[in-house]
Design a protein around this ligand. Structure first.
Ligand SMILES: [Zn+2]
Length: 320
């Protein structure tokens, strides 16, 4: 029997525990909750985490529900669910950490002697390295954006990259963003998990409002990945074809005001198509935000009438 943090891994049982991740200003421990289910039959370990960005609650909720519903008698290998990895940012309902201002998913591999977030990044990565054979990384648009349902994995010829794409193709969405190394935002947990040779897929679903559909999309994606890897019985869905995008365009508001979306996430847009407008507080349109490419998949937009300062991320489009 081994432990993950304080959680015991007991074949045929579900257990709970914590990963101690440093202390707050008042000395209280940050205790990252762990949900562990171990099958009687040995097999690989899948690590599924949410809330690297603290305002992306859909992943956290879905991991909790998935774990409740998981029948451990059917399980081979081990499921490790980590609903909230970034507690300070989660408590603050924020994408960044209120402790040090860091975007945790831009500073991996972290530093054990650095700022709080750098230490947290180091702890998460070292725990994953010693625990996981596969990693699922759950994200959403957070409070500010709404995203469609798609998978993200790293491009490349390595076995881990190939296996990640193979897995992404079996998780339920036909839309996959394959990020190339040079175009990647850098410092993400998945970049570094990939360096360990551990296949991984990011799941993107929804945003601040978590619908039943979003919860099902997250849970089904996890379940499908586990079927594909033979941790659960049954066949994972394989679709006839996939929309694979390789280039992401992040669009930032050029003016402050209120964002008024004109296109729905998931649409395919052409160059010049209107994504939305920014109106000022007198109701005048101060900016038209248009698509800059043909055949672009609208992956994310801001919410209707949410306040938007100049430079805020307002939409994402992906192209092949
Ligand atoms: Zn995120």
């Amino acid at each position: 029997m081994k432990n993950i943090g304080t959680a015991k891994v007991i074949p045929g049982e579900k257990t709970e525990g914590y990963l101690h991740a440093g202390t707050d200003i008042d000395g209280a421990s940050f205790k990252i909750p762990l949900l562990v289910a171990a099958g009687k039959e040995e097999g690989p370990t899948i690590w599924v985490h949410g809330c690297i960005h603290g305002d992306e609650f859909g992943g956290a909720a879905s991991i909790i529900r998935f774990f409740e519903e998981l029948n451990v008698q059917e399980l081979r290998g081990t499921f490790v669910g980590v609903p909230v990895t970034n507690l300070p940012s989660f408590k603050g309902w924020s994408r960044i950490s209120p402790l040090d201002g860091a975007n945790l998913n831009r500073i991996f591999p972290g530093n054990p002697k650095g700022t709080y977030s750098q230490r947290l990044a180091h702890l998460l990565l070292s725990t994953i390295k010693e625990t996981a054979d596969y990693v699922l990384d759950l994200h959403s648009g957070g409070l500010a954006l709404h995203v469609d349902y798609f998978m993200i994995c790293k491009g490349g010829d390595s076995d881990a990259a190939q296996k990640s794409l193979w897995l992404a193709e079996r998780m339920g969405s036909k839309v996959i963003w394959v990020t190339e190394q040079e175009g990647s935002v850098g410092g993400t947990i998945t970049d570094h998990v990939m360096e360990f040779g551990i296949p991984n897929v990011t799941i993107e679903v929804g945003g601040g409002h978590i619908s039943e559909k979003h919860e099902h999309q997250f849970k089904d994606s996890i379940k499908n990945a586990m079927k594909a890897l033979e941790l659960l019985p049954g066949d994972a869905p394989v679709q006839k074809e996939y929309e694979i995008y390789r280039k992401g365009d992040f669009i930032f508001a050029g003016e402050g005001g209120l964002f008024v979306p004109a296109s729905k996430v998931g649409s395919i847009l052409n160059k010049g198509d209107l994504i939305g407008t920014i109106i000022n507080l007198h109701g005048k349109v101060v900016e038209e935000i248009r698509c800059s490419d043909d055949n672009a998949y609208l992956a994310a937009t801001g919410h209707p009438y949410w306040p938007t300062e100049q430079g805020r991320l307002i939409a994402e489009t992906y192209t092949k």
